[in-house]
Design a protein around this ligand. Sequence first.
Ligand SMILES: Cc1ncc(COP(=O)(O)O)c(C=O)c1O
Length: 459
Amino acid sequence: MTDRHHTTSHEIERYAGLFAKRTHQMRSSAMRDLMAITARPEVISLAGGLPDTSTFPPDSFAALMGQIARDSCAGALQYGPTEGFEETKQVIVEVMAEEGMRADPDGMIVTTGGQQVIDLVAKTLIDPGDVVICEAPTYPGAVPVFSSYEAAVVQIEMDSDGMRIDLLEETLAQLERDKRRPKFIYTVPTFQNPAGVTLSEPRRRRLVQIAREKELLVLEDNPYGLLRYEGEPLPPLFALDGGEYVLYLGTFSKILSPGIRLGWLVAPDPVLAKVNLGKQAADLCTSSLTQEFVNAYFKQERWRGYIKSLSGIYRERRDVMLDALAEFFPPEAEWTRPGGGLFIWATLPEFIDTGDLLAKAIREEQVAFVPGAAAYVDGRGGSSMRLNFSGADSDSIREGVKRIGKVVREQIALYGTFTGRPADQDQDRPKRDRPSGETTDGMAEVVRLPERARERRAQ
Ligand SMILES: Cc1ncc(COP(=O)(O)O)c(C=O)c1O
């Protein structure tokens, strides 16, 4: 037996001949790789998308589990229906109503996390080479799903109002000329992971209209809609469309717990029937135990209060991170200012590769983030990073940003030494500070530096 972590090339070859073709396309989610490193206690991780589950009172957890043991032990330990328990679906109807959506319990399936929805929808709709459209950058966890089904992924640039619908329309027109019909548009319209931006209402309305006109499916992924720290809620795409072309993905992961692995899909009946078959093949049913947990928890009617308390905590941490970025990141950097959710997207000068920077940050400063390339299928995003502000406390966030800022400044100084000029005078580099509306190639140029950070620097 060899050490499992040190497989030799000979050993890899022994199995590789048996692998299916699709495995050549499979990519590891950068986040999964990072999990192992960031689990080390000395590392400050701003990498994961972890909600702070330490905020859930252990006494409540014990009481709920005790109640399940008393009232529904046999059921909780048993298989359940593939589509999920009726009571859990009623809970989902209630959660969706909170964001102004009317869902039919018969039109949904309870899944093993929202991640399974992405997998099952791709499994249902994608043949190798089929086009999926998504945002640039997109949710890093969706990238390995699309690649494992051998999708041709087309990413549409965003700005501070979310996906550029004008560019989407151009892309759709081009695909039509090429006689390629996209199978679906995958979008995280509210407090996007990883960019933290939100699709504006006019763009939402236009997207739904396009879906209708062209009979395109849209998969709306909405884990963060209820985690709003300022401003007024916008209507989800599902609410605007009524569920005809918009498939809706929800999850309990960020409003309650990712450990319970509970998400859901609301979709038209024909799609749902196929997804149900796909789920039977994948795992038969979602955990009965954790559905019982959700049922018991929501009966207590405390969930709105819990989300409110989470939002208060995360708002404060977001502000700590924004302040720390303004203080510790160099003037060449820029970042988004999310009104909710868990992430800030920061972009550095183009000569910095955040993959290399991460290795240095972990090695020398014991701090981690997600490198931007994980959110693209084509190697873009190399000078960006995703920073999470929910999983660490305020002191760690400040310290973590300070440490990342240090390695970034070192890289910039090094670049200056090699080229003999400061980074911000580099003529080869496209200027980031453009007037709004000017079209450019990369997210970095499109999502603009928040005004607050500019003001701080001016002070
Ligand atoms: C946009 C998005 N979709 C889906 C997921 C998957 O969540 P889960 O499977 O825990 O519901 C996440 C998790 O971070 C996410 O950010």
